[in-house]
Design a protein around this ligand. Structure first.
Ligand code: SAH
Ligand code: DHB
Ligand code: MG
Length: 223
């Protein structure tokens, strides 16, 4: 058996047991697929991890950068209380349309709001509104801007907030200091920022599974 077949089988086992998808989550993926969106959403067990982390945070407000069809958004929004708030930022208007439909179908559209545009334009607008601090930020958009997204996350959070970055391993390319790949460079710069920043304590974890070999970074805002 190939490694990736094994990883798929174990993810299928864990997911069926611990993070089964309900109709709304399945519909979100089916609709995203029908609309031609790429299959780069978090896996179901990763979605459940985000959901649990949001609950552990006692999150009342969540910021997501990179919506796609709203699959991770649904997992996160379902961790919020009825008067909670989730803002998710998406560059692509078609992705945002698909996501809004999926969020409505999942019944979280009163809690979760999709804002369209390049996140480096929608983040300053969001900051201008002086929102209450976000308790969790999930960064999962264009990796080249990851350091900027970590900086924005710091502006929009409080001591105790959690910042999560997806896709920090990308098959191992993250270790190459000479890489010219903008995604690798952006992710390395974000990790270095987390390492050096006096307000952050972080770590990074490699993962294998249905999404291949990748990983997450977690950073807690400590001051
Ligand atoms: N979080 C989603 C997957 C996001 S995929 C999930 O797990 O279900 C990354 C998304 O980021 C894509 O929809 C892409 O259009 C969006 N994106 C890319 N560049 C962006 C930018 N500059 N600002 C906001 N969103 C961006
Ligand atoms: C890609 C992006 C993601 O956010 C992800 O989780 C997997 C793959 C990509 O752009 O290839
Ligand atoms: Mg991702």
């Amino acid at each position: 058996m190939s490694d990736s077949q094994l990883w798929d089988d174990v993810d299928a086992y864990f997911t069926a047991l611990l993070s089964p998808e309900d109709e709304a989550l399945r519909a979100a993926l089916r609709d995203s697929d029908a609309e031609g969106l790429p299959h780069i959403n978090v896996a179901p067990n990763q979605g459940k991890l985000l959901h649990l982390l949001a609950q552990i945070q006692g999150a009342r407000a969540i910021l997501e950068i990179g919506t796609l069809g709203g699959y991770s958004t649904i997992w996160l929004a379902r961790a919020l209380p009825a008067d909670g708030r989730l803002v998710t930022l998406e560059y692509d208007a078609h992705h945002a349309d698909v996501a809004r439909r999926n969020l409505a179908h999942a019944g979280v559209d009163r809690i979760a709001e999709v804002r369209v545009g390049p996140a480096l334009e929608t983040l300053p607008k969001l900051a201008d509104e002086n929102p209450p601090p976000f308790d969790l930020v999930f960064i999962d958009a264009d990796k080249v801007n990851n350091p900027h997204y970590v900086e924005w996350a710091l502006k929009l959070t409080r001591a105790g907030s959690l910042i999560i970055l997806d896709n920090v391993v990308r098959g191992g390319s993250v270790t190459d200091p000479t890489s010219t790949d903008p995604s690798v460079r952006g992710t390395r710069a974000a990790l270095e920022l987390i390492a050096a920043h006096p307000r952050l304590q972080g770590t990074a974890i490699q993962t294998v599974g249905s999404k291949g070999y990748d990983g997450f970074a977690l950073a807690r805002v400590v001051a």
